[in-house]
Write a protein that binds this ligand. Structure first.
Ligand code: ATP
Ligand code: MG
Length: 331
């Protein structure tokens, strides 16, 4: 199977930023005045401004709300593949498109909480207290300063001990599921719940797999991309067989794609051959803006809405939302 056309936003272009092809200098493009009308795609700055404007002023929401709440766990026990980056930026993209999104940070590193700009110092009600039953979900949910539709249950360092504490607890695998259900009961009207997992397959990840119907696996376009994925799929199979029959891998997202390398294309093709249709056509380019954003407590959509990284996550969010709609319409 070929990798097919993919919507990849490339940060690097073959043109020197700010320069125009001499072939572009014609009256049709520029009009008859010295500066005339310049098509936005003609200069990188104009293209970036157009992208930023699309994100900041999305106009009519063209992404359908899901008919029922979608709970998606973002998992891959391989470290540094873009789980957290994907969780927060997809959440921001869906919120920009009119959805109410709850991010549950289940990683003691608390990176998702940082990127969403919410407090997660020790003592703040967090996913830890939620899992061990010390706080109600309404007290653990914070609103991101960047969007009133973007909610977060943060993770604090206390979560590091939770795997051990949970071992002796009753219904230890289902605690997050119960907490999310409670959020609906106390009046939060949430369209999407995205759960960011730590890079392990311990009890925290199992809780996330029991709480969700869908798994999104981010795969980095690098050597050994599929390493460990077999083990992840086996674990998903076990949870499905014993704890959560509805669980399935609904989405695979290729991250850190570098269009200048052959390797990235080879990995993308291998992943598409392996997973087929669940792989989103949108790929996330390797982009400095994406990696800088969390340092400012922001998602890339807020940090640099005109960047290719922001656009690619908007595209991925749209694709994620509309694919589910197609399936719902077909059934
Ligand atoms: N598209 C991208 N372009 C450039 N850098 C990226 C991109 N996506 C992620 N990164 C960077 O790669 C690193 C790992 O990303 P991230 O933290 O999202 O991975 P992770 O899978 O959540 O890691 P962990 O397993 O430690 O939780 C981070 O420094 C992040 O800023
Ligand atoms: Mg992470």
């Amino acid at each position: 199977m070929s990798s097919g056309p993919a919507n990849v936003s490339r940060e690097t272009t073959s043109r020197v930023p700010g320069m125009l092809d001499s072939s572009s200098f014609d009256a049709e493009t520029f009009g008859n005045t010295p500066f005339g009308h310049i098509s936005p795609a003609e200069t990188p700055i104009a293209a970036e401004a157009q992208r930023a404007s699309q994100i900041l002023h999305p106009g009519k929401v063209n992404v359908p709300k899901p008919r029922e709440q979608r709970i998606i766990t973002i998992a891959n026990q391989k470290g540094g593949v873009g789980k957290t980056t994907t969780t927060v930026n997809l959440a921001a993209a869906l919120a920009h498109q009119g959805m109410t999104v709850l991010v549950v940070d289940l990683d003691p590193q608390g990176n998702a909480s940082t990127a969403l700009g919410v407090a997660h110092n020790s003592g703040v009600p967090s996913s830890y207290e939620l899992l061990i039953g010390e706080v109600a979900v309404k007290d653990a949910i914070q609103v991101s300063p960047h969007s009133e539709r973007l909610l977060c249950v943060p993770a604090t360092i206390d979560l590091a001990g939770a795997e051990i504490e949970l071992v002796s607890m009753v219904a230890r695998e289902g605690r997050l599921k119960t907490a999310i259900r409670e959020a609906g009961m106390v009046g939060f009207d949430i369209d999407y719940v995205l759960i960011d997992c730590p890079p392990s397959l311990g009890l925290l990840t199992v809780n996330a797999l029991v709480a969700a119907k869908e798994v999104l696996i981010p795969i980095q376009c690098e050597y050994y991309a599929l390493e460990g994925v077999g083990q992840l799929l086996r674990n998903i199979g076990l949870v499905q067989a014993h704890l959560n029959p509805e669980l399935h891998v609904s989405t695979v997202l290729l991250t850190m794609y570098d269009g200048r390398t052959k390797l990235a294309d080879q990995v993308a093709e291998e992943v598409r051959n392996h997973f087929g249709d669940v792989v989103l056509k949108s790929m996330i380019p390797r982009s400095v803006k994406v990696s800088e954003a969390p340092g400012y407590g922001m998602t890339v959509l807020d940090y640099d809405p005109g960047s290719r990284g922001a656009m690619s996550y908007m595209d991925a969010g749209r694709e994620l939302a509309s694919r589910a709609q197609l399936k719902q319409d077909a059934s």
